[in-house]
Write a protein that binds this ligand. Structure first.
Ligand code: SAM
Length: 364
């Protein structure tokens, strides 16, 4: 492999590092982070005076921000979780569309950013989106932020992104904090496959039926026919509020059972961050015993196959058992049942046949 050219005093950014960003035309400040003890102090970037007016074709960080819509993730509690790129974008755009301008002004004030803000929330999403799209079509640079985390994730942002795309405007994601994924990766539950459901329904009946449907889908994992349907376990992630969490946990106990494995992530990235991991009944009892329940929370429900979870000594269902079940329940011939099982296990028919012949339970 050819070695990249060494950086020079005129071009101090290593060529490989330049490729790191997909959005190359942003204004890059001179950032001087300060450390006191082991804590990163607020960063107050300063800009080269000529940066805004520098012609294109000079160093990439001297160029102005590219026109387009910037969906900027903001911290979900800990202000250190904002990225350098997010700060640079927020400082450089023409306008920041905020879910709540008062909330965002605290963040901007902390980092010394004085970009004008405009409100963009659930109640004016449609009218404000068309106004912002007009400005974007005219070559504007607009950032969208929610109160916390990623815009568009249980927050406004997706509508304007779709409208911008339809209008031919470039949309840049500026990644960062998100409560659902932060909770998932430290939950101890399966993070290979997960389903984000947003908030659990607030009405009791709807919440119960949502959980019942998921519990029933999970039962399919232990069915002998599980290979024939897409029943790959997926961790369920919900946002929940402190005043509804006891009811939600009681419903999980009733639908999934008291021994079902769940996790609750509370106050992520904040001073009182807490993870509760255990059975649904244990978590319910533990929260019920508290004098008060506060904070923001993410609820995660395990979806591992019931057989494995309830009895680690239980043997997996064999091919012969699966064939026998199909013959019995769907009145298939042995040949057709074998064909179906071979397909669902992604093995050849002859391989399935040989395995069936080897099975001690198979009648010769
Ligand atoms: N857009 C945000 C994101 O990317 O995570 C989510 C916004 S949603 C309106 C707010 C909900 O997210 C809260 O009610 C809570 O369930 C969850 N949440 C946000 N911040 C959190 C935190 N620090 N700890 C735990 N959950 C949090």
């Amino acid at each position: 492999m050819e070695r990249p050219a060494a950086p020079t005093p005129d071009d101090p950014i290593h060529p490989l590092e330049k490729d790191f960003s997909t959005e190359e035309d942003f204004l890059q400040p001179v950032v001087e982070p300060r450390f006191e003890g082991d804590r990163l102090q607020p960063i107050h970037p300063t800009y080269p005076a000529a940066a805004a007016s520098a012609p294109f074709g000079t160093r990439s960080h001297d160029r102005p921000l590219a026109p387009g819509l910037y969906l900027v993730a903001t911290p979900i509690g800990n202000l250190e979780d904002i990225t350098l790129r997010a700060l640079r974008v927020l400082r450089s755009v023409d306008r920041i569309a905020c879910e709540d301008t008062r909330q965002t002004s605290k963040l901007l004030g902390h980092f010394g950013i004085r970009t004008p803000t405009v409100s963009y929330h659930a109640h004016n999403e449609n009218s404000r989106a068309s106004e912002l799209i007009d400005a974007l079509k005219a070559g504007g640079r607009i950032a969208v932020v929610s109160d916390a985390g990623m815009p568009g994730i249980a927050d406004p942002g997706a509508t304007i992104a779709a409208e911008a795309i339809a209008a031919g405007v470039t949309v840049f994601p500026i990644p960062g904090a998100n409560a659902a994924l932060s909770a998932l990766i430290a939950s101890g539950l399966n993070a290979e496959r997960f389903t984000f459901h947003g908030f659990l329904p607030s009405k009791e009946g709807q919440r119960r039926s949502t959980l019942e449907a998921l519990a029933q889908a999970r039962a399919a994992h232990s069915s002998p026919l599980r290979h024939a349907i897409d029943a790959t376990p997926t961790t369920h992630i919900f946002y929940e509020t402190p005043h509804r969490i006891l009811d939600a946990l009681a419903d999980i106990v009733a639908t999934f059972g008291p021994h079902h494995r769940i996790a609750l992530a509370r106050e992520l990235t904040k001073l009182h961050e807490e993870f509760l991991r255990g059975t649904a009944a244990d978590l319910l009892a533990s929260l019920r015993a508290r004098p008060s329940i506060r904070g923001e929370m993410v609820l995660l429900i395990d979806d591992a196959p019931a057989i494995a979870a309830s009895d680690p000594n239980t043997k997996p269902i064999t091919l012969a058992e699966e064939v026998a079940t199909l013959i019995r329940t769907e009145s298939l011939s042995e040949k057709d049942a074998l064909k179906r099982v071979a397909k669902s296990r992604s093995i050849s028919k002859s391989e399935a046949y040989r395995e069936l012949q080897r099975s001690p339970s198979h009648k010769r």
